[in-house]
Write a protein that binds this ligand. Structure first.
Ligand code: CUA
Length: 355
């Protein structure tokens, strides 16, 4: 192939890729569109280190080009050896001091931010401020549980938090190591089985509005065949709305009126209830809470964390969970359901709402 043609093709490929990648910056998902205090701090550190790296690359490239041009072999001077420089004190000092200065410029804000981000004192106070929101996050293959210990309520898959204030997290896992990450808001931090990690995040109201009211959360540690599908959603609310949501959750009770939904409730209470609770006030110990709490299932925006929230997808999930999330623990725990049973369960689950 002609060389210019190959170059042209490579050039087109890179142009198309650049265009495509430029589309990755979605406000609900992108670390490049920070949506809170933590994300802002981490974004500034990224900018600072990138700026320093670019500066170093530019300076080194200029020196390199200069040396190549200036000291290249010229016609008629093939035998000439230029003056050999060795052990120049000035040069040695210059190229030792400059990196030290660059490292200091990078280290001071990084260390200071690290301490700020690790400040979880308000959540660990003997008597913590009743305004401080603490969430216990428990990661499981492949779903998330969010417990609000101060309110005595539990939800799954969709985290609800107040905006414009620090929210504190206790992070742990019940089976293997996962990692809790809300790309636009900050993070990430591992959830382990043998210890509890703690950190805080702040969810900016304006950024929330821009993102359409929902941020995407991800598992950021390879944990099994459905690792890439272990998503959760985050719904930040203004403080007053958040308080209202908490009250509604505290008093939530499934009210089933529809006759088909009632059939679904009967099926649910015969088998599903062994693992899934339908009340947000779940007093069982966490080892007994082996499946997502479904109290506000009807209010969610996703089925199984990934599918659009509609009856069709719920039926698909109930019929064959493994086809949606390979290796999940729901598959095989119940026998084959008839289409009528699946219809009834779908009606029942969709009726579980607190909003
Ligand atoms: Cu859980 Cu990856």
């Amino acid at each position: 192939m002609k060389k210019w043609l190959l170059n042209w093709r490579l050039f087109s490929l890179f142009s198309v890729m650049a265009l495509l990648l430029a589309g990755c910056g979605k406000p609900f998902l992108s670390t490049l569109q920070p949506a809170g205090e933590v994300a802002d701090m981490q974004y500034s550190l990224m900018l600072l280190s990138t700026a320093i790296m670019v500066l170093v690359i530019i300076v080194v490239t200029i020196i390199f080009v200069y040396v190549v041009v200036r000291f290249r072999q010229r016609k008629g001077e093939e035998k000439k050896i230029p003056k050999q420089v060795e052990g120049s004190h000035t040069l040695e000092i210059v190229w030792t001091v400059i990196p030290i200065i660059l490292l200091i410029i990078l280290a001071v804000p990084t260390v200071s931010a690290t301490f700020k981000l690790a400040d979880v004192k308000p959540m660990n106070k003997e008597k913590r401020d009743k305004h401080t929101v603490v969430v216990n996050v428990r990661a499981n293959l492949y779903w998330w549980e969010f417990e609000y210990p101060d309110y005595g309520i539990i939800t799954s898959q969709e985290l609800v938090v107040p905006t414009n204030e620090r929210v504190y997290f206790n992070l742990k896992a019940s089976d293997v190591k996962h990692s809790f990450w809300i790309p636009a808001v900050g993070g990430k931090m591992d959830t382990n089985t043998d210890n509890k990690n703690q950190f805080w995040l702040e969810f900016d109201q304006k950024a929330t509005d821009k993102a359409g009211g929902i941020f995407y959360g991800k598992c950021a540690e390879l944990c099994g065949p459905s690792h890439a599908l272990m998503d959760f959603k985050v719904k930040p609310l203004p403080r007053a709305d958040f308080d209202q949501w908490v009250e509604k959750m505290k008093n939530a009770k499934p009210v089933v009126t529809d006759s088909v939904a009632k059939e679904g409730e009967a099926i649910f209470n015969k088998s599903c209830i062994g693992c899934h609770a339908v009340s947000p006030v779940d007093k069982r110990p966490e080892q007994a809470r082996t499946a997502p709490n479904l109290a506000n299932f009807g209010d969610r925006t996703r089925i199984a964390g990934i599918l659009d929230h509609n009856e069709e997808n719920l039926k698909k999930w109930l019929k064959d969970p493994n086809s949606v999330k390979p290796g999940n623990k729901m598959a095989g725990t119940y026998g084959n359901l008839t289409d009528d049973q699946i219809n009834a369960l779908t009606k029942y689950l969709m009726s579980l709402k607190v909003e």
